[in-house]
Design a protein around this ligand. Structure first.
Ligand code: MG
Length: 253
């Protein structure tokens, strides 16, 4: 099932969509899907980011080939950092090139959307807390990330976390093709089974520290092939069985 958020006549709602239409929901989709009886043609609505996370918990260096291209080793345990929810934009939205950065990189990633309050999750039980999956771009001001030990600024500028276009709730995430394109040219191409720490491990590890709430997102790390973007570029993250997340890089003015 494809869960989305959308705007129609200035009002934001959650909905269940197919290629032609979206059926709107009364409330958030996490507990149960209660329809309000309205259906809108896709062409009449504007898609919003498909969830409203309190936080994005991101994982660094979770694909060995990416750690290698950064000339960095991989930590034994997941490397966890946060992106603020003010980073979030939707499919089709602009990504603003930060005016104090000189290198802005794409990082195509599988996003895991949490469906149930999660704390101290036991191994093997993480699937109970997952609502679905979406495409995510962990856009990074690489020069700023590298200039200081904390990644918060380099990863935390407004608009640097496109997610979408929707959440897919019925998919096995264990071996999905993930591709990133710039202006139609493939730059990253891998599969999610190349992750070092799988999703089950990540959820257990993160929830030993912090509570994950419905709508929170885990950015599971990027494969090899990262690189920079310029103003005017169109960046796409496509994940098999989910869809294509497409954004344009614009100048900050
Ligand atoms: Mg990343």
């Amino acid at each position: 099932m494809k869960i989305c958020r959308f705007e129609f006549e200035g009002i934001a709602r959650y909905g269940v969509m197919d290629d032609e239409a979206v059926k709107s929901l009364v409330d958030e989709p996490y507990d149960e899907l209660i329809f309000d009886g309205m259906t809108y043609p896709i062409s009449d609505v504007r898609l919003l980011a498909p969830c409203e996370p309190s936080k994005i918990v991101a994982i660094g260096k979770n694909y060995a080939a990416h750690a290698a291209e950064m000339k960095e080793g991989q930590p034994d345990e997941p490397l966890v950092f946060l992106k603020p929810n003010t980073c979030v934009v939707a499919d089709g939205d602009d990504v603003v090139y930060p005016r104090i950065s000189k290198r802005l990189d794409y990082e195509g990633e599988l996003g895991v959307v949490i469906g149930k309050r999660a704390k101290h999750v036991k191994p093997g039980e993480a699937h109970k807390y997952i609502f679905g999956y979406t495409c995510l771009n962990d856009v990074t001001a690489r020069d700023i990330q590298k200039s200081e030990p904390q990644w918060t600024r380099g990863k935390g500028f407004d608009t640097l976390c496109p997610i979408g276009p929707h959440i897919e709730t019925e998919i096995d995430p264990s071996r999905l093709a993930i591709v990133t394109r710039i202006n139609g040219e493939i730059r990253q191409s891998s599969t999610t089974d190349m992750m070092t720490h799988n999703i089950d491990k990540l959820i257990c590890y993160i929830t030993e520290c912090m509570t994950l709430l419905p709508g929170d997102i885990i950015a599971t790390g990027t494969p090899e092939g990262i690189g920079s973007m310029q103003v005017g570029d169109i960046v796409e993250v496509e994940i098999e069985g989910i869809g294509v997340l497409k954004n344009t890089i614009v100048k900050d003015d």
